[in-house]
Design a protein around this ligand. Structure first.
Ligand SMILES: NC(=O)C1=CN([C@@H]2O[C@H](COP(=O)(O)OP(=O)(O)OC[C@H]3O[C@@H](n4cnc5c(N)ncnc54)[C@H](OP(=O)(O)O)[C@@H]3O)[C@@H](O)[C@H]2O)C=CC1
Ligand SMILES: O=C(CO)COP(=O)(O)O
Length: 342
């Protein structure tokens, strides 16, 4: 059994708070880094994250602070729950206080703009001596903090990291599976956000359950095809970090990506939808990044292309739907096999 003396979480939003609370509920002391000391004081005093998880009581063992050095220095295991567009910046701020061999686990489900880097790649680049992993699965923050039965996947090349995360997070309501397909697990969590936007949009437009089933199934085929071309293991996509996370975010109004899609379907602009959310919806940027990468890699992704047209070029949904339904390439063959895989 791994014994950890110091564990930290960077990012006091919805999911960072949930991870810190899981660790604390298992009896470990945990430090949660938030950039705003006033919010940290409020959390320490009221044991509640009023901005992101109002109404949910947190363990008294979660201690929040805005002192980054005191949080990361000598922490054996550090979870990072910072939105993808600020992720590298926060890691650079933490870098001077980090030593070789510390373990870092990203829970972030996004891609860095311009570089197409996933968060595990940013960690490996910025912290070359660190052990790196990711955590991903169908893990809506509000359900986890409410202790609904949940499972997730920790992926890393490091066996020590995988077992440390399993030890520290596993509980009677939170089950942690291990994988060595870091890239696939991370890509699964990232790509499904795109399709959650499409699912929210179609629900707001009154489309039926047959439509939702078609959308989700074809989304799975599309995201797997892309991921396999990028080097992921196709089996990952029939697991929790693939189809599991796709299901929950395409079905639940608790998903922020679903909610952005729903707001678009109600006629709001993208800016209004994102503003009203007040939290991160990673899928919005991911659509752009994946569309670009798919065209560079020549991966067939009709749903990404269609959604991009609706979200960024204001294409009428009816026209995009017609294009998707009448598309020659998808009429006969369920699985398009670009490189002999899916
Ligand atoms: N919520 C969920 O159900 C799940 C989320 N995830 C993933 O976790 C990641 C984080 O999401 P989540 O916690 O939900 O996001 P939220 O929008 O709830 O919170 C974002 C947090 O990041 C902080 N932050 C943003 N930019 C910076 C920065 N430059 N420096 C320091 N802190 C910063 C925010 O601080 P401030 O409040 O000061 O702005 C806030 O605490 C996302 O990639 C998401 O996909 C994964 C699984 C489940
Ligand atoms: O990733 C999530 C659940 O697994 C959370 O999804 P949203 O970011 O869409 O809320």
């Amino acid at each position: 059994m791994t014994v950890l003396k110091k564990v930290a979480v960077l990012g006091g939003g919805s999911f960072g708070t949930v991870i810190a609370n899981l660790i604390a509920e298992n009896g470990y002391d945990v430090q949660l880094w938030m950039r705003d000391q006033q919010r940290a004081d409020q959390l320490n005093y009221e044991h509640e994250n009023k901005r992101y998880l109002p109404g949910y009581s947190l363990s008294e063992k979660v201690v929040a602070t805005s002192d980054l050095q005191s949080v990361v220095q000598d922490a054996e295991l550090v979870f990072v729950s910072i939105p993808s567009q600020s992720f590298r910046d926060v890691i650079k701020q933490a870098k001077p206080f980090i030593n070789e061999g510390q373990m870092f686990v990203s829970t972030t489900k996004g891609i860095e703009a311009k570089t197409f880097s996933l968060m595990s790649e940013i960690l490996s680049e910025e912290l070359p001596g660190a052990q790196v992993g990711v955590l991903s699965g169908p893990n809506l923050a509000k359900e986890v903090v409410a202790k609904q039965l949940t499972a997730t996947v920790v992926a890393s090349e490091s066996q020590l990291l995988r077992s440390s995360v399993q030890t520290i997070l596993h509980s009677s309501y939170f089950r942690v599976y291990a994988s060595s397909d870091t890239y696939g697990v991370e890509l699964g969590g990232t790509l499904k956000n795109i399709y959650a936007i499409a699912a929210g949009l179609s629900a707001a437009l009154g489309m039926g359950e047959n439509t939702r089933a078609m959308l989700m199934t074809r989304s799975l085929a599309e995201m797997s095809r892309f991921a396999v071309c990028m080097g992921a293991n196709p089996m990952t996509f029939i697991g929790l970090a693939g189809v599991g996370d796709l299901i929950v975010t395409c079905m639940s109004p608790l998903s922020r990506n679903y909610r952005v899609g729903h707001a678009l379907g109600e006629g709001k602009t993208l800016e209004e939808a994102v503003e009203a959310l007040g939290q991160v919806a990673e899928g919005v940027n991911t659509i752009k990044q994946v569309k670009e990468k798919a065209s560079e890699m020549q991966v067939y992704m009709p749903l990404v292309t269609g959604l991009y047209e609706v979200v960024f070029n204001h294409a009428p949904v009816a026209e995009v739907v017609k294009m998707l339904m009448m598309n020659e390439q998808s009429t006969d063959v369920e699985f398009v096999l670009p490189r002999g895989d899916i």
